[in-house]
Design a protein around this ligand. Structure first.
Ligand SMILES: Cc1cc2nc3c(=O)[nH]c(=O)nc-3n(C[C@H](O)[C@H](O)[C@H](O)COP(=O)(O)OP(=O)(O)OC[C@H]3O[C@@H](n4cnc5c(N)ncnc54)[C@H](O)[C@@H]3O)c2cc1C
Length: 466
């Protein structure tokens, strides 16, 4: 049941709290939670100068899309030593796992359900160490924000309640996946699962139903595993534009250091250097990509809009498949299904999908020149979503010409059309891809949460009256 924010906002209890500033955080996924925990640990929150109002539309706070799964076979796709919430304490998550699950050996790749627990506990700890009035949460959907005449920001919500704040953190993650062109006709069909992350959607699929999965990335992997674990009994077909199969992290963290001389840092030069390094290293792409990871923010920032566009058109799919890899155990399972003929993934494009009485007839142009036409009981859209920019009024905020995020500065202040950065608004999460490109996973998000919180607190310190 939705609550009214004015009911959940604890009344100020001390003289200082009366003058406290409010930070509204929109989004209770990993990004919003990391920001909240950091803010609550700050002297400003502890001494009553700052209050956090956390607004999340549906999920429990601390989960977001990635960590809402309840399946024990959905693993983190990043090693535990990179999943700490705090850049200043890289072993924090590993220590937590050791403490919380002492009876089992600490595997490199942990179930995602544990990460949700970790985030929740982190927030709980930060809340209990701060004054009660320092934090309140609200279940509602923010639909937009405007600046009031007194300079503060006013958030509009689905429930109709207006929320007024002095600082705004937008951590809204990704929007739900779009519908690929060839599937538009069946939008609205009960046989078409547009977003497999919506709870209960995959459970509608019968064990003997013919299923087509569209996309072959990490969401497709999770979907196939979920269906198989639920006892799916027929071969699952899968189609994706390039037919790239997910890749695995190495079984163990390698000491192998790949030399990566980057003499030419333009996109072509970088891609050439990556290819040469991978060839020399005996096709060890995972190590090459890992070696390049720390350079990507710096190099991406140097590229022109055109160069970024060219990279996105030609190399994005290959970059993502090498960059976002699955845990070795998940990869083995995925391959076993393929080898046993339980899945059949191929490269191609859905040309058309038409609902008939007994299913959905799908026409696919295969990348190898062939064609497929088949009737399916269910189609699952695993194409993934783009960053959610819906809170940023296009008439006020600048747009990314390449459409991958929102133009901001390094602290996450969005760029307005008049050329100024909005100094009391902070974006944390994948919308920052315009500036950084890589801003999807916790190893980047935790750094950015720190940068944003430091900037927010520094801004409070220089404000008159503080
Ligand atoms: C299936 C999957 C697995 C992943 N696995 C890993 C992994 O193992 N390791 C890793 O580092 N990264 C992983 N990622 C990347 C993941 O995106 C990040 O780790 C992180 O969870 C992103 O968090 P976020 O808070 O930015 O976005 P989200 O998780 O999308 O959270 C955004 C939140 O904001 C809420 N929200 C959105 N709009 C509004 C609104 N208008 N009003 C109120 N609330 C709103 C949403 O309900 C949601 O809870 C995975 C991603 C996916 C999809």
């Amino acid at each position: 049941m939705k609550r009214n924010p004015s009911e959940t906002q604890a009344p100020p209890t001390s003289a200082t709290a009366k003058t406290a500033k409010t930070v509204a955080i929109v989004g209770g996924g990993a990004s919003g939670t990391l920001v909240a925990a950091r803010l609550l640990a700050s002297p400003a929150c502890r001494n009553g100068r700052l209050k956090v109002l956390h607004i999340e539309r549906d999920a429990e706070i601390g989960k977001g899309i990635a960590y809402s799964t309840t399946a024990s076979f959905h693993y983190l796709n990043v090693r535990r030593d990179k999943m700490s919430a705090f850049p200043e304490d890289p072993a924090h998550f590993s220590r937590w796992v050791g403490r919380r699950y002492p009876a089992t050996p600490i595997a490199d790749f942990q179930p995602r359900t544990r990460y949700a627990e970790y985030l929740r506990e982190l927030l709980e700890e930060a809340r209990s160490a701060a004054p009660t009035e320092a934090y309140a949460s609200v279940r509602d959907r923010v639909t937009g924000f405007v600046r009031r005449s007194d300079g503060r920001l006013e958030l509009a919500t689905e429930s109709g309640t207006a929320i007024v704040c002095h600082r705004l953190v937008v951590a809204t993650g990704h929007r739900p996946p779009g519908v690929p062109e060839g599937l538009r006709e069946i939008r609205g069909s009960a046989r078409f699962i547009v977003d497999p992350w919506v709870a209960g959607e995959l459970a509608k699929i019968g064990a003997n139903e013919a299923v087509l999965v569209v996309g072959s990335g990490l969401t497709a992997v999770d979907t196939v595993l979920s269906l198989m674990h639920a006892g799916h009994a027929t071969t699952i077909d899968g189609v994706s534009r390039r037919g790239l199969s997910p890749l695995s992290h190495p079984e163990s963290e390698s000491e192998f250091d790949v030399p990566l001389p980057l003499s030419d840092e333009r996109p072509r030069g970088v891609l050439r250097a990556l290819r040469v390094a991978a060839d020399r290293a005996g096709d060890r792409w995972p190590e090459v990509v890992d070696r390049f990871r720390p350079e990507i923010h710096r190099i991406w920032a140097k590229w022109t809009v055109r160069e970024r566009g060219s990279f996105l058109r030609h190399a994005r799919a290959y970059w993502e498949v090498h960059r976002h890899r699955v845990a070795p155990a998940v990869f083995r399972e995925w391959n076993d299904y393929r080898a046993a003929g339980k899945t059949r993934f191929f490269a191609g494009r859905v040309l058309a999908a038409v609902e008939e009485k007994k299913g959905i007839r799908v026409r696919i142009a295969r990348r190898d020149g062939g064609a497929e036409e088949k009737r399916y009981d269910r189609i699952v859209n695993c194409t993934g979503g783009e960053p959610d920019l819906s809170l940023f009024e296009p008439g006020i905020y600048a747009a990314d010409p390449n459409g991958v995020g929102l133009p901001t500065d390094g602290a996450g202040h969005p760029l307005r059309r008049d050329g100024k950065f909005e100094s009391d608004v902070f974006v944390v999460g994948p919308s920052l891809r315009t500036l950084f490109w890589e801003m999807t996973a916790v190893p980047d998000l935790k750094n950015q949460a720190k940068v944003a919180v430091d900037a927010l607190l520094a801004g409070l310190d220089v404000e008159p009256g503080n």
